[in-house]
Design a protein around this ligand. Structure first.
Ligand code: ATP
Length: 249
C-alpha cells in the first residue's frame, strides 16, 4: 500500500500556472526525493499529493493522482490526509498541547476515546519517530518545550499516529542543525520499511544519501525521475546534469 501514480497533473494559483503535465510513478515503501531550484514547483507538487493545494482559495488542479489505483479526487480531503500524512519545513507542534496530546491529536479527531488505545498508539508512534527514549518520562510537558529536532520528530510521530501509508515531507530538516538533520535522515531511512516517503529537499547531498528515487523539477515541469544513483551520475537530460553539477540553481 502507498503506490502513487501521477497522471498529467497541472496546478494553478489563480491565473498563474505552477505545474505542467507531471506524470510520475512513486513506488510504495521507497523514498522519493524532489529536487530543483527555488520556485520550480516542489512544494506545490507534494501539496497536490494530499489535496492541500486544491483546497486553497483560487487554486486549481487538473489531471489525476491515483493512490493504490484509486483517484484521490474521489476521496474526501480529510479522509485522504489520514492516508497521506505530511510533515512541514518548520516543526509545528500544537503549542497549547503536551507531547502526549500532540501525538494523539489526530486519533482523537478521528473519534478514538479509548485511553489504553491512545496510550499504546502514542508510545508506538514516538518509538517509530525515535523520540520515545527522550520523552517517555515527560509526556505531559508542552510540545514546544522540546528542541527543534525533537519537535520535528514529534511532528513525525503525530503524522504516524493515524497510520498513514504515505508520508510527505517538505524540507523537514532545513530548519535544523547538522546533528538533528542527521537524526531525521536516519529516521526517514528507517521509516521507508513501512511507509512511502516523498521528501522535498534543497540539499542534493541529502537526496543522494537517503533517496531511492530522485525527481528533478524545473519551471514547473518534471524533467527527470529515476534511481537516485542514475540521476546523480548519469542523468538523461542535460538540464538535470547542469543542475546537479551546480551550473545553475
Ligand atoms: N500561495 C501561492 N500563491 C501564488 N503563487 C504561489 C503560491 N505558492 C507558490 N506559488 C508560485 O508557484 C510556483 C512554485 O512554487 P513552489 O513553492 O511550489 O516552489 P518550490 O520549488 O517549492 O520553491 P522553494 O524551493 O523556494 O520552496 C512559484 O512560481 C511560486 O511563486
Amino acid at each position: 500500500m502507498g503506490n502513487l501514480s501521477v497522471r498529467n497533473l497541472e496546478a494553478w494559483y489563480g491565473a498563474q500556472k505552477a505545474l505542467f503535465g507531471i506524470t510520475a510513478e512513486i513506488p510504495e515503501k521507497q523514498i522519493t526525493a524532489i529536487i530543483g531550484p527555488s520556485g520550480c514547483g516542489k512544494s506545490t507538487f507534494i501539496r497536490c499529493l494530499n489535496r492541500m493545494h486544491d483546497t486553497l482559495p483560487g487554486a486549481k488542479v487538473s489531471g489525476d493522482i491515483l493512490l493504490d489505483g484509486k483517484s484521490i479526487y474521489d476521496q474526501h480531503p480529510v479522509y485522504l490526509r489520514k492516508t497521506v500524512g505530511m510533515v512541514f519545513q518548520k516543526p509545528n507542534p500544537f503549542p497549547s498541547m503536551s507531547i502526549y496530546e500532540n501525538v494523539v491529536a489526530g486519533l482523537r479527531l478521528n473519534g478514538e476515546r479509548h485511553k489504553e488505545k491512545l496510550r499504546a498508539a502514542a508510545e508506538k508512534s514516538l518509538r517509530m519517530a525515535a523520540l520515545w527514549d527522550e520523552v517517555h518520562d515527560r509526556l505531559n510537558y508542552s510540545g514546544v518545550s522540546l528542541s527543534g529536532g525533537q519537535q520535528q520528530r514529534l511532528c513525525i510521530a503525530r503524522a504516524l499516529a493515524v497510520e498513514p501509508s504515505v508520508l510527505l515531507m517538505d524540507e523537514p530538516a532545513s530548519a535544523l542543525d547538522p546533528i538533528a538533520t542527521q537524526r531525521i535522515e536516519e529516521l526517514v531511512s528507517a521509516l521507508k520499511k513501512d511507509y512511502t516517503i516523498v521528501i522535498v529537499t534543497h540539499n542534493m547531498q541529502q537526496a543522494a544519501r537517503i533517496a531511492d528515487l530522485t525527481a528533478f523539477f524545473l519551471n514547473g515541469e518534471l524533467v527527470e525521475l529515476g534511481p537516485t544513483s542514475e540521476i546523480f551520475t548519469k542523468p538523461k537530460d542535460k538540464r538535470t546534469e547542469d543542475y546537479i553539477t551546480g551550473r545553475f540553481g
